[in-house]
Design a binder for this molecule. Structure first.
Ligand code: ADE
Length: 245
């Protein structure tokens, strides 16, 4: 997958993009990330990318010309000619919520262009070049750079080969839509707290059932809204009915 990021703060990206799974995915050739400075597409000595809003009011608005030139350049950077159109994302708190489902949808794309918005706004007319407006949550960040990193991170880890075998098992559809179960490692006893006996039993079927029950119980307690869309089996429904209120 190829990702072109358009930002006025390109210096925010190298660390995040080069470490851990994102760094490894790039070394393996599964992921290509290019970061472009929108200022490089601004005309004039001062490379101005924003201006006062028509109609007055606080804050500045990002000018349409440099952004359009940056998007058009990013579309030309695409190397792959396989499958589907390039998606052009704008990060904005006014966008569609970013979810695991949307990450899965993006992971199936060959090319993403991510325009990092700034809350004061982007000239509305640039919207004609954008295919998706995306929000990473109901709070306002200082800009769209961290949301862009969130989108790339959640998407890239779903690319085939990005995670080791062990980790990819967690993506198993069995856990679809539920919160994760609790994890433990050595020592068996730590500050008088014990690891649950079932995990030491060696009985794989009991362990599977316990984890599933923990996952269901946690989801019901912390995020009951998720249960409405989770893929639940008959056994799950029975477990939920038997859980203490
Ligand atoms: N820019 C500022 N806040 C944001 C948010 N919550 N999601 C996406 N872009 C943003």
């Amino acid at each position: 997958m190829e990702v072109d990021i358009l930002t006025i703060f390109p210096g925010m990206f190298p660390g995040v993009m080069s470490e851990s799974i994102l760094g490894r995915a790039q070394s393996k050739g599964i992921l290509t990330v290019r970061v472009h400075d929108i200022r490089d597409f601004a005309l004039g000595k001062h490379r101005i990318v924003d201006d006062y809003p028509f109609g007055g009011g606080p804050g500045m608005v990002m000018k349409p010309e440099p952004i359009a030139a940056a998007i058009e350049h990013a579309l030309l950077c695409r190397e792959s000619d396989a499958g589907g159109e390039s998606r052009v994302l704008l990060t904005t708190p006014a966008g569609r919520p970013f979810t695991q489902g949307l990450a899965r949808e993006y992971a199936a794309c060959e090319h993403l262009v991510i325009l990092c918005g700034h809350y004061e706004g982007i000239d509305e007319r640039v919207g004609t070049l954008v295919t998706d407006e995306v929000s990473v949550g109901d709070y306002v960040l200082t800009g769209g750079e961290i949301p862009a990193m969130v989108i790339v991170d959640a998407t890239a880890r779903l690319l085939p080969g990005a995670l080791g075998d062990e980790a990819s098992a967690a993506e198993d559809s069995f856990w679809e839509g539920l919160l994760d179960y609790p994890h433990y490692t050595r020592p068996r006893q730590w500050r008088s707290l014990e690891v649950p006996d079932v995990l030491i039993s060696g009985d794989h079927e009991r362990i599977r059932r316990w984890r599933r029950e923990q996952s269901l119980e946690r989801t019901r307690r912390r995020r009951p809204d998720l249960l409405e869309h989770a893929e639940l089996t008959e056994e799950d429904l029975k477990t939920l009915r038997n859980l203490a209120p």
